[in-house]
Design a protein around this ligand. Structure first.
Ligand SMILES: *[C@@H]1O[C@H](CO)[C@@H](O)[C@H](O)[C@H]1NC(C)=O
Ligand SMILES: *[C@@H]1O[C@H](CO)[C@@H](O)[C@H](O)[C@H]1NC(C)=O
Ligand SMILES: *[C@@H]1O[C@H](CO)[C@@H](O)[C@H](O)[C@H]1NC(C)=O
Ligand SMILES: *[C@@H]1O[C@H](CO)[C@@H](O)[C@H](O)[C@H]1NC(C)=O
Ligand SMILES: *[C@@H]1O[C@H](CO)[C@@H](O)[C@H](O)[C@H]1NC(C)=O
Ligand SMILES: *[C@@H]1O[C@H](CO)[C@@H](O)[C@H](O)[C@H]1NC(C)=O
Ligand SMILES: *[C@@H]1O[C@H](CO)[C@@H](O)[C@H](O)[C@H]1NC(C)=O
Length: 439
């Protein structure tokens, strides 16, 4: 029992401490890779196909979509773009006749909306900047546009790679490395009988850090169980109370305003309008330990949206639990195991079924989705005591959610409370120690 206790503590500590690093242990190879393929040289520059590949298993880019920026190394201009556009033209006053699409030294590019005329489209463009998570929809996990660059080098020796790439997706959080020359991309013809290759290729890798994205979590977790009537709510102010991004404002769910017209209209800056709760999170994930059978047990997951201004399309949920490798059935969600380190098999992702519950509606009566999981008990580790049946980590849309404090987990009626109190003071002591070591 004590061993199990300390293992749980170690896990909880890992949860707390993982917040301090950028690297995501559940998706160690997750990144967004930009690939520039020069497909032709022009009299004053080149035409490049730019592809954004999202290799993150469970983190996509939601509406209002990505914004990609960089700095030109010399005095390059963008003559034209197909499948995207620069947000600003900048100062093109020295051009006579043909006017470039953008003369900014640091252009910002956004995707076009679906439904633009065909002659402005290109394969994988025009999705309003929305990119799926790779684990959910590999075919939708990319975005592309074609750019014609002038006043640039016209050979692979004279081209200067763009610098200082930035990616917003849609908010902050991504950091991009330098552009690096890569082996030229090879293309096969449709009948697979002819091979062509890019004249030059370079790539840029961008990685996500939740710390850069926001000081506060964007979701929280609450617990309940059949064996104890206590409901463990989300931690108070789990997502910050009134300190950030218009969160000061919230409306009561039963107020007149919640029902008034316009309350659901998204804002340009993406500011949420939250239903007032003690946690002030836009998303709550509730994990209920529902039933105990002889060889199986059942948990229920409910995700609730408290933001009146957001519909989450293609949402994803990640859960880490030691019994995850024995999932037998998942009702009304899609399930996919994530295997970050081959041998560990305790993490899985969930997402909605197309046209059924892949849209998590705005706050209100339809603002929730739910599922039940049936897991086969692993005799060596299975127990309802010490909060074992609750998940170790939960992520929503790629952001780690705030867990309840470990000393509040519902416990079995017959388990000794003093032990868990000792455990929790031990946990906070260790945590302080870790903090001291980190700082
Ligand atoms: C980006 O992700 C891909 C796919 O997981 C991986 O092959 C590649 O090595 C990663 N790149 C970097 C620089 O981490
Ligand atoms: C890139 O950013 C660095 C640091 O912000 C700056 O010193 C440098 O001038 C920038 N490069 C270009 C080409 O804008
Ligand atoms: C540039 O082209 C030459 C020959 O066309 C080739 O040998 C060389 O590897 C290329 N360099 C790059 C960086 O692509
Ligand atoms: C969410 O989707 C519904 C149905 O498509 C739509 O009526 C509503 O206006 C949308 N809400 C937001 C906040 O975009
Ligand atoms: C993880 O569990 C899944 C589902 O039970 C199984 O298909 C897969 O082979 C397991 N992987 C490893 C590495 O144990
Ligand atoms: C649970 O999964 C693990 C790893 O896949 C396997 O070794 C074990 O036998 C499974 N337990 C049950 C009860 O199916
Ligand atoms: C249920 O768990 C809580 C801890 O979250 C504890 O305070 C309470 O005594 C437990 N209830 C019973 C009936 O044991």
């Amino acid at each position: 029992m004590d061993l199990r206790n300390s293992m749980l503590l170690a896990l909880l500590l890992a949860v707390t401490c993982s917040v301090a690093v950028a690297y995501d242990p559940l998706d160690p190879n997750g990144n967004i890779t930009l690939q520039w393929d020069v497909i032709s040289w022009t009299p004053d520059g080149y035409v490049a196909m730019v592809t954004m590949n999202n290799y993150q298993q469970y983190r996509g880019i939601m509406a209002p979509g990505w914004t990609l920026g960089w700095s030109w190394a010399k005095k390059e201009v963008i003559w034209s773009i197909v499948g995207a556009q620069a947000t600003e033209q900048g100062d093109c006053s020295k051009f006579k006749g043909g006017i470039p699409h953008s003369c900014k030294r640091t252009p910002s590019i956004v995707d076009l909306l679906p439904g633009v005329p065909y002659n402005q489209q290109i394969a994988n463009c025009c999705k309003a900047g929305v990119v799926s998570a790779y684990g959910q929809d590999p075919a939708g996990a990319l975005s592309a546009f074609q750019v014609s660059v002038g006043l640039a080098g016209t050979t692979n020796k004279t081209v200067k790679l763009p610098r200082n790439f930035t990616l917003m997706g849609p908010g902050p959080g991504y950091t991009c490395g330098p552009a690096r020359v890569a082996p030229s991309t090879v293309y096969w013809s449709a009948d697979h009988r002819r091979r062509t290759q890019a004249l030059m290729t370079w790539t840029v890798t961008c990685t996500y850090s939740q710390q850069l994205a926001s000081r506060y979590p964007s979701c929280c977790v609450s617990f309940s169980s059949f064996y104890n009537s206590t409901i463990v709510p989300c931690a108070k102010c789990a997502c910050g109370c009134g300190h950030h991004r218009g969160h000061a404002e919230c409306i009561m769910g039963d107020s007149k305003r919640a029902l008034s017209a316009g309350v659901n209209t998204p804002r340009k800056d993406g500011a949420p309008l939250l239903q007032c709760t003690s946690h002030m999170c836009p998303i709550r994930v509730h994990w209920h330990v529902k039933l105990n059978y002889k060889d199986y047990w059942r948990a229920k997951i409910a995700i609730t949206n408290f933001n009146y201004r957001m519909n989450y399309t293609q949402w994803t949920l990640v859960a880490q639990h030691p019994n995850m490798d024995n999932i037998t059935e998942v009702f009304s969600f899609q399930y996919k195991p994530l295997v970050p380190y081959g041998s560990i098999n305790d993490t899985g992702m969930f997402y909605g079924l197309k046209m059924y519950n892949d849209l998590l509606m705005e706050a209100g009566p339809f603002g929730n989705v739910q599922s039940e999981l049936l897991m086969r008990k692993d005799d060596r580790t299975f127990t309802f005591s010490q909060g074992w049946a609750f998940p170790r980590k939960i992520y929503f849309n790629g952001d780690e959610c705030k867990m309840p404090s470990p000393d509040s987990y519902p416990y079995l009626p017959n388990s000794a409370p003093s032990r868990s109190r000792i455990a929790s003071s031990l946990a906070s002591g260790l945590f302080l120690l870790m903090l001291l070591l980190v700082v």
